[in-house]
Design a protein around this ligand. Sequence first.
Ligand SMILES: [Zn+2]
Ligand SMILES: [Zn+2]
Length: 241
Amino acid sequence: MSQLDALVCPSCAAALPLAASTSAAGGLACRHCGAEVELPPEYVEAARTLARRVDARRQLEPLWSRLTSPPSWRWTIVAGLAVWLLPPAAVAAHIYLDDAAYTLASRLAFAAIPALLPGGLIAVVLSIWVTTAIDNAEAMAAAAPEDDGAPPRCRGCGAPLEVRDEDLIASCGYCGVDSILAGVTLRARTGRDRERLAHSLRTLEDAIARVRARRRLSLLGAALVLSPLLALGWALRWAYG
Ligand SMILES: [Zn+2]
Ligand SMILES: [Zn+2]
């Protein structure tokens, strides 16, 4: 999408959001002074594109909310219980299954420490999911309004955004970038990292793709860590069983 300059009200010079809803009328009303501003043809076309974009984006918003809502507290409890209960249980099983031939060190190495992993891995996976959602929300946050009562501004081009009450995200009619409006900023991520991320996430589709890729990666990582342990356990069983 090519970028257009933000429209400016000819009577009061306020920057105007391009509104999807007014494309049919061919004009915009200035929020400051109420003047009717006629849209040049390329802006009428951009307003139509914006209307299609808003429809497509709204279809994705429930999926976005689902992917970025915090994981159930039950998972935190599962991880905590696993960390607390599995190591003693594994050592008890080790003692029960084998006689005193094993040293304390080997009980730690083959039972207690491996048994810490499932709970630890659940905690790591959960934290990757949560931080990915926060990273995205921060990188895509709308810019603050120019003054009180004005709408938030596009994080891409700085133009005011057309915002409806129920919207979580607003799409810019001038540059095509999506900005997140709500539920932002728990952790300050500064500098170039955040800028790079903000550039790579232009739209909600980009953000959803990133969340999914990070989730797959974290699960794959957990599986990669667990699988050699399972293999080791099996080999020990085979060797000593
Ligand atoms: Zn005006
Ligand atoms: Zn913009």
